[in-house]
Write a protein that binds this ligand. Structure first.
Ligand code: PEP
Ligand code: MG
Length: 326
């Protein structure tokens, strides 16, 4: 994907028909915040917190995490910063946590499963830092805000349990007289289970963010890191598109908004399709933000809906690729 040639658009963008689309950046470390802002990102749509846990002997404490999150808020003072709670396990091992060796780590203990299981203490510490940072953002009154999302959700009960932990952390902070706020809360939709129960997730949460890297892996039963099956790992397979549609359609009857933070979101050749599928926000590598923002402005919303309907009717990914010229 070549987004490098496009010039930076600093303001927010809408389609030709006036539908506002947020174009945000994915960030995996503090060093990426400045470049994301320079590329004109409308905030952070995915702040991966795993980097905080790497290259060290013990997990980061609450204050360290608070400092990192407030640095992200400072880089985007008027925008939303969506922080994902730690998504370790799977492809993201952390040696000192002594995670179990698994035959199929991508189908094993990762993300929210660890946060609600063996590593509940880490989850609470991280949520304390996040709720304090949300309080800090609220107190600044410059329009910037924090949002928090949970990775690898596959059961409604996990979303409910995560919300309960947030509530109990908020109650503890209240008792201790520590400044805090409860941020907007969301779930990543990156398992077929989440896509097919998106209505129930959308009822309980403020937003959903579709992680097409994992969603494609799980829908297609093709390991995202295995070159031998790389050809199967195609988000333009009709099954993946239908899972995305299922998610946006399920949320459309609720107050929850839906974004996308997988690699697919950063391809300007797919922007029209994604807008047609009903996404409100697209989050991507900072480098592609300018090209996607420019593309959004050219799109006629009705043509985008028609394109999405045609893509959803395709039976093979070859038909989808033909349709999109992709
Ligand atoms: C995804 O799965 O699409 C995603 C954005 O998360 P990650 O790539 O960090 O697993
Ligand atoms: Mg993922």
């Amino acid at each position: 994907i070549d987004g490098e040639g496009a010039s930076v658009v600093t303001e927010r963008v809408s389609t030709a028909g006036g539908r506002a689309i947020e174009v945000a950046a994915n960030v995996g470390g503090e060093a990426e915040l400045g470049p994301a802002a320079e590329r004109g990102a409308d905030g952070i749509g995915l702040f991966r917190t795993e980097f905080l846990f790497y290259d060290r002997e013990s997990p980061p404490g609450e204050d360290e995490q608070y400092e990192t999150i407030t640095a992200a808020l400072a880089a985007f003072p008027e925008d939303r910063v969506i922080v994902r709670t730690v998504d370790i396990g799977g492809d993201k091992p952390v040696p000192y946590l002594d995670l179990p060796a698994e035959t199929n780590p991508f189908l094993g203990s990762r993300g929210i499963r660890l946060s609600l299981g063996d590593h509940a203490g880490l989850f609470e510490t991280q949520l304390r830092a996040l709720l304090r940072a949300a309080g800090h953002a609220e107190a600044r009154e410059d329009g910037g805000e924090l949002a928090v999302m949970f990775p690898m959700i596959s059961r409604i009960e996990e979303a409910e349990a995560a919300l309960e932990v947030v509530e109990s952390v908020a109650a503890d902070l209240e008792d201790q007289g520590v400044d805090h706020a409860v941020p907007e809360l969301g779930a990543m939709v990156e398992t077929p289970a989440a896509a097919f129960t998106a209505d129930a997730l959308a009822d309980r949460l403020d937003f959903l963010s579709i992680g097409t890297n994992d969603l494609t892996q799980y829908v297609m039963a093709a390991d995202r890191e295995n070159d031998a099956v790389a050809d199967y790992h195609d988000p333009l397979h009709p099954a993946v598109l239908r899972a995305i549609d299922r998610t946006t359609s399920a949320a459309s009857g609720t107050d929850a908004w839906v974004g996308m933070c997988g690699e697919m979101a950063g391809d300007p050749a797919l922007t029209e399709l994604l807008i047609g599928l009903g996404l409100d926000e697209l989050s991507m590598s900072a480098v592609t933000v300018p090209a996607v923002k420019q593309r959004v402005r050219e799109i006629e919303t009705e043509a985008a809906s028609d394109l999405a309907a045609e893509a959803l009717a395709c039976e093979t990914r070859a038909e989808v690729r033909d349709l999109l010229g992709a």
